[in-house]
Design a protein around this ligand. Structure first.
Ligand SMILES: Nc1ncnc2c1ncn2[C@@H]1O[C@H](COP(=O)(O)OP(=O)(O)OP(=O)(O)O)[C@@H](O)[C@H]1O
Ligand SMILES: [Mg+2]
Length: 483
């Protein structure tokens, strides 16, 4: 049996040497070249079982070679490796039909695994859809850290597969940006992108927002209204902050995903749902499931392809690039162009970034607007970071246990007592503090039961009449559920 032959093209001699040795040791035959023309000749001559090619070579771009290779030898797998490790390289490689994309520097074990997979994989399908327009100019996502490379590779793979995605990451890590990139580089890019934020809509309106309502479906529904599912028809529906979706809406969404159709609130006619779902949350949904706040079956429906966005503190090496990007953006908006000196950049890299990329973006904008010098020094950065920091009692260092109810109450009581330090004039602290706790407790329990006082009383373990009296005394507004 002849051993599989791997054709390697890279203008960097050391990479050719390393690959030839590693592949040779694993039992492959290897031919290597430093230019695209030789690689092309070998392919034309019917040589090789697999191609590994660099992108930038002296005579031709490796990515441009892929469609030509696919035309004459559709079964020949191509693995692309590149030091230009941006989202666009990954997407282009996938869309032109590369089997896999490896950002440099890569791990040899990983490369060998990819080679084995490529040679074992069944015959490739037809090439993907046409490429996105003006691909090179707009780079929606900045960062070259390994964690971001992983994100790019997933986005690239998904550009030819229309799967449901769940994006998880802290606030400000770029979840919405990734959702848009998935749409813009995906199969449905010519369809609409519709976003809905579960945390921003009153819970009793969520179902009507999602699925629409008929005229007269509830008080105030004076006209038929289209829901987001219908608006997103043929495109992508982005369910932001999915972890905040109320239970009834979760049940309804699950049914729609299972059945592929939905009915509007108050409507009877089922409507086909032709949407791709991308969901995002900053919450740990597995934890929410354990607490009974999120349906496990819905989670598995949505978590087909998980994407985890790293916190900015986990990819400090991206900070200089991001900072420059945001300073340039500020310049494009008419502010003076600033740059950072090395100490300033170091300071940024050491910061904890609880607000992630959004926090960095805001900081760069403030510096562009306020800093008198063109070259921003470490002192200006330190001053801005200190100004923007939340009060120290609330700043959560990484690894700090989350605020418990007791510590939050304790903090407030301390502040309260400190404020009444001047001779202790207050005489009803006990009742006032208890009311502070009781009011949100009752209000939120009522909201969770959609205003059903009987249910709320039983959840709270209170007598119905006691609850009614408290609602009156605490002046809690009573709203009945709509649907
Ligand atoms: N990799 C990135 N490159 C460039 N800009 C980024 C990147 N990640 C995030 N941003 C910018 O940071 C800001 C926050 O991003 P985005 O709104 O997508 O975050 P998010 O994860 O949805 O946050 P939240 O959970 O608070 O809604 C946006 O202005 C976005 O453009
Ligand atoms: Mg968001």
């Amino acid at each position: 049996m002849t051993l599989p032959t791997v054709l390697v093209a890279d203008d960097d001699r050391s990479i050719r040497t390393v690959l030839t040795q590693a592949l040779g040791r694993s039992g492959y035959q290897v031919r290597s070249t430093g230019n695209a023309a030789t690689l092309w000749r070998w392919v034309e001559d019917g040589e090789g079982d697999l191609v590994i090619t660099d992108v930038v070579m002296p005579d031709e771009n490796g990515l441009d070679l892929i469609p030509r290779i696919k035309r004459i030898r559709p079964d020949l797998r191509v693995v692309v490796m590149s030091a230009q490790s941006t989202l666009m390289t990954a997407v282009k490689a996938a869309q032109r039909g590369a089997f896999e994309y490896l950002p440099k520097p890569f791990d040899l074990q990983e490369l060998l695994a990819v080679v084995a997979r490529a040679l074992a994989a069944p015959a490739p399908r037809a090439p993907g859809p046409a490429e996105p327009r003006d691909a090179d100019d707009q780079m929606p996502l900045i960062g070259r850290s390994p964690a971001m490379q992983e994100v790019y590779r997933t986005i690239a793979r998904l550009s030819i597969a229309d799967l449901t995605v769940m994006i998880n990451g802290e606030s400000g890590t770029g979840k919405e940006l990734v959702a848009r990139a998935l749409h813009d580089y995906g199969k449905r890019r010519n369809g609409p992108f519709v976003a809905i934020n579960m945390a921003a809509i009153p819970r009793e309106l969520i179902e009507s927002e999602l699925f629409g309502h008929e005229r007269g479906a509830f008080t105030g529904a004076t006209n038929r209204s289209q829901g987001r599912f219908e608006q997103a028809n043929g495109g992508t529906l982005f369910l932001d902050e999915i972890g905040d979706m109320p239970p009834e809406a979760q049940t309804r969404l699950l049914r729609v995903l299972q059945e592929g159709e939905f009915t509007s609130v108050g409507g009877r006619q089922p409507i086909k749902a032709n949407v791709r779902i991308i969901a995002a949350t900053h919450r740990d949904l597995r934890n929410s499931i354990r607490q009974g706040l999120f349906r496990e079956d819905l989670f598995y429906r949505l978590n087909v392809v998980p994407i985890r966005l790293p916190a900015l503190r986990e990819r400090a090496e991206d900070i200089p690039l991001l900072a420059r990007h945001f300073l340039e953006r500020a310049r494009d908006d008419g502010l003076p162009l600033k740059s950072l000196d090395m100490a300033a950049v170091d300071k940024l890299k050491q910061h904890n970034w609880p607000g992630n990329v959004r926090e960095l973006e805001n900081l760069m904008r403030r510096l562009a607007a306020l800093c008198p010098n063109d070259l921003v020094g470490v002192d200006s950065v330190a001053a801005e970071l200190a100004d923007a920091a939340p009060p120290s009692s609330q700043a959560a260092a990484p690894g700090t246990p989350p605020d418990t109810l007791a510590t939050a109450v304790e903090r407030h009581i301390r502040e309260f007592l400190a404020a009444h330090d001047d001779g202790m004039t207050a005489s009803d602290i006990y009742d006032r503090v208890i009311a502070e706790v009781e009011r949100p407790l009752i209000r939120l329990t009522l909201a969770a039961t959609r205003g059903n006082q009987i249910k709320a009383a039983s959840m709270l373990g209170l007598n119905r009449n006691t609850l009614r009296k408290k609602i009156r005394d605490l002046e809690i507004p009573v709203v009945r559920g709509l649907v």
